[in-house]
Design a protein around this ligand. Structure first.
Ligand SMILES: [Zn+2]
Length: 207
């Protein structure tokens, strides 16, 4: 399983360290999620994964921990990464900001977010992933946000069969993104926080 964990330092510093094989395991992140009572896990090698920022590609090390009692492993994923997604959260958040809140085209939104592999197909994939998770994300937000802060108008408008994918996606994304960034300085801060907490509480990825 993966544990999404807050690490100290800037994203670039953590990525550079992880590329050089330096991996941090913060206090508490090394506690066994499988055993009761819990115990500390021991380091158990690394695996490599690709991480893409707005202007660079990193091949980073992800620390793996082992529970010797059960033989199960835990990977420590920095909280600016999404499981099974190569682009870091600031890139993904910038895309959604441009596409759904600034009404830029798919292509322009990708170029706004990153110079690395800015394909429309990838943007479309992110949109489908987030919208597929919408019920889980809303259930999670309802459990963490004070009720009075969730406006009545949050319910997604019924999609019209005649409108295109872009129009229908924006209509659903706008209220969802407004809910997510409620109380945060930026969408990327909100994505990072909620991605980590959604994963901790419901073992689900944000997208
Ligand atoms: Zn254990």
């Amino acid at each position: 399983m993966q544990k999404i964990t807050e690490l100290s330092g800037t994203i670039n510093k953590i990525l550079c360290d992880a590329t050089a094989g330096i991996t941090e395991v913060p206090q508490g992140a090394d506690l066994c999620p499988f055993c009761e009572p819990s115990h500390r896990l021991r380091r158990h090698g690394i695996y490599r994964r690709t991480s893409v920022t707005a202007d660079a590609v990193f091949r980073i090390c992800i620390q793996r921990l082992l529970c010797a009692a059960t033989g199960k492993t835990v990977s420590i994923l920095p909280d600016f990464l999404l499981p099974r997604k190569q682009h870091v959260i600031p890139v993904v958040a910038a895309f959604f900001l441009a596409f759904a809140l600034q009404d830029l085209s798919l292509a322009a939104s990708m170029v706004y977010a990153t110079t690395i592999y800015p394909s429309r197909r990838k943007g479309t994939h992110w949109i489908r992933c987030l919208l597929r998770n919408e019920p889980a994300v809303r259930a999670y937000l309802a459990s963490v946000l004070p009720r009075r802060r969730i406006p009545q108008s949050e319910a997604a408008p019924p999609p019209s069969a005649r409108s295109g994918f872009i129009t229908r996606a924006r209509a659903r994304l706008k209220p969802l993104l407004d809910l997510l960034r409620n109380g945060f300085r930026s969408l990327q801060d909100a994505f990072r926080f909620h991605s980590r907490n959604l994963h901790i509480r419901f073992a689900r990825a944000l997208l």
